[in-house]
Design a protein around this ligand. Sequence first.
Ligand SMILES: [Cu+2]
Length: 110
Amino acid sequence: MNASKLSLLFLVAVCATPLLADNMSNMQPTAATFASPAAKAVGVVKEIDNANDKITIAHEAIASIQWPAMTMRFKITKATLGRTKVGDKIAFEFVTQGRDSTVTSIVAAK
Ligand SMILES: [Cu+2]
């Protein structure tokens, strides 16, 4: 078998693997399957709802996803929230899935 046949076989093997994985996971889509790519934004924390794992952020316009500035609620885990408190100015990343937007990271902003 020559080198080009070998590399073709390799290519076929690599391409087939994700298809198999997709079929296996069809019955139970994960969050990652439908989530948009992470968007970055800057805003001020208006409210933290610990009981419901939600945070309200007055965020600036987000050009990458064509969102205007607004105040809205995001889902957030306590681990991601960390020591964030009301009044903090933050730079954060989030993903949107259906009607839910979930904050995936937060750092203090100047
Ligand atoms: Cu918004």
